[in-house]
Design a protein around this ligand. Structure first.
Ligand SMILES: [Zn+2]
Length: 294
């Protein structure tokens, strides 16, 4: 038997069965009407019972294949968990970043990053303010510096400003002197230069060239060492500089980030708002800039 013959017979058989079913329902309906009209409701009750049982069986089958409510609930919970997870994947620092960006946008020139990797722009200039001592700082930092130094005196401490703005020649002079000192100790020029760069920045890479940085110590102390952190005058500066817009630019535990070992004497002006933000969030200027995406 070929395929065409098979389908022809199948169709014929289906038609026959259909006819039989139709005939059965016709007869059944006639029987139902006849009995009901005669006041015999047994066929009607039987029909209704069969229909009810049929509906129950169908709903039972549907329920078997339908996921139950608990499962549905679990699915909802799963979706919720997934939403939480994707929220977690969202940048956890987004608020901090936004605050950081807002502060930066207001004070870009004060928040300039200068370090071993990032040098000053070639054409960098600033409005200079000459202090009584002859030291020069950026005019933008002057009022707050004046207030800080006065508050220091009022608190009974005495300070010395060791270094403020340095021009390129001064920075080069510091490098040359340091190299010479190491060479006098027997190091080769190359070794001496390498050794020098451990503590001194190359020309164009020192914060002192910005006019926003100052080295401050207690009056009469001229050697700069980490021990200064336990000096009472220095403690006053470390504890109070934030309120005047300064930060301890090279903190103790952040040398791996700043690239410079702890300098409790080096203060950098960034403006009061940025200083408070950075101190509150324990951020170096490098970290502040990475939050900006720089
Ligand atoms: Zn310094």
């Amino acid at each position: 038997m070929d395929l065409q013959g098979f389908f022809a017979r199948l169709l014929k058989s289906l038609k026959k069965t259909g006819k039989k079913i139709r005939r059965f329902f016709k007869r059944y309906t006639r029987l139902l009407v006849r009995h009901t009209k005669a006041g015999d409701y047994s066929v009607l009750i039987y029909t209704i019972t069969v229909l009810v049982v049929f509906v129950l069986i169908i709903s039972l089958i549907v329920n078997i294949f339908k996921p139950d409510k608990k499962e549905k609930k679990d699915k909802v919970v799963n979706t919720a968990t997934r939403t939480d997870a994707s929220t977690e994947l969202k940048d956890p620092n987004s608020e901090l970043r936004a605050e950081c960006q807002a502060i930066y946008d207001k004070n870009k020139s004060l928040l300039m990053l200068v370090n071993t990797k990032t040098g000053l722009p070639e054409d960098y200039e600033f409005e200079q303010h000459v202090l009584n001592s002859g030291a020069i700082i950026d005019e933008q930092a002057y009022i707050d510096l004046y207030r800080m130094l006065k508050a220091c005196n009022d608190a009974g401490y005495h300070y010395s400003i060791i270094s403020a703005y340095r021009d390129k020649d001064t920075q080069q002079g510091i490098i040359d002197r340091s190299v010479q000192e190491f060479m006098d100790k027997g190091l080769s020029q190359e070794e001496a230069y390498k050794k020098t760069l451990e503590t001194v920045q190359e020309v164009g890479h020192s914060e002192h060239e910005t006019g926003l940085a100052l080295d401050i110590t207690e009056e009469g102390i001229y050697s700069l060492s980490e021990d200064l952190e336990s000096n009472e005058t220095m403690k006053w500066f470390i504890d109070n500089c934030t309120a005047y817009g300064f930060i301890v630019r090279y903190p103790k535990d952040k040398a791996d980030i700043t690239g410079i070992s702890y300098e409790p004497w080096h203060f950098r002006y960034v403006g009061a708002e940025a200083a408070e933000f950075m101190t509150k969030n324990n951020l170096t200027l490098e970290e502040f800039h990475s939050l900006l995406g720089n």
